[in-house]
Design a protein around this ligand. Structure first.
Ligand code: 5GP
Length: 185
């Protein structure tokens, strides 16, 4: 079976993790590519599951060795998609999911035009605003920033081949699965 490289992006608060985790439970042939990072693990994060946590020196070595499909540096922390893992999954017929930010997504689309790209949308802006607002204990300034980021992210949705609305988790997964099957052909 042909493997599929699929980017899934979406604004914070859209329920990306919930939808993807449901899909991973439903289909063992769908797996996330585990990114590398130099940031510190957060409470509960597991090396090799959430990220491959690397030292800056190791990460830089991989950059020099051209081992990333794409990588970025945000506020001194590196993040990157390991090329070898992507190739291995595709060779094994897996639907390999890249859960990366918009900038990384655009880089991958340019480097690999055959990549399938999906943007997860909230049912409405009001609903996303409600989710982002009810989440936080943060001050008004942080909340305003969060809402602005979400708006900026939403504006990139047309750059993706597919837009899937997440108003029902299982329906969103059905739609992702349909898109992946289409890409296998
Ligand atoms: P966090 O540190 O909160 O886990 O992630 C910070 C940001 O980095 C998120 O937007 C996440 O999607 C993004 N990210 C995680 N892994 C990668 C990657 O391999 N490449 C890119 N470009 N972004 C990533």
């Amino acid at each position: 079976m042909k493997g599929v490289l699929m980017i899934v992006s979406g604004p914070s608060g859209v329920g990306k993790d919930t939808v993807l985790n449901r899909w991973f439970e439903r289909d063992p042939n769908v797996k996330r590519v585990v990114s590398c990072t130099t940031r510190q693990p957060r409470e509960g994060e597991v090396n090799g599951v959430d990220y491959h946590f690397l030292s800056p020196a190791d990460f830089e070595g991989m950059v020099l060795d051209d081992q990333f499909l794409e990588h970025k540096n945000v506020h001194g922390n590196y993040y990157g998609t390991p090329l070898k893992q992507v190739e291995e999954m595709l060779a094994a017929g897996i639907v390999a999911i890249l859960k990366i930010d918009v900038q990384g997504a655009l880089t991958v689309m340019e480097k690999r035009p055959e990549t399938t790209s999906v943007f997860l949308l909230p049912p409405s802006w009001e609903e996303l605003e409600r989710r982002l607002t009810s989440r936080g204990t943060e001050d008004a300034e942080a909340l305003a920033k969060r809402l602005k980021n979400a708006k900026d992210e939403l504006a990139t949705a047309p750059k993706y081949q597919h837009q899937v609305v997440n108003d029902d988790i299982d329906k969103a997964v059905d739609e992702l699965a349909r898109i992946a099957e289409e890409a296998r052909k």
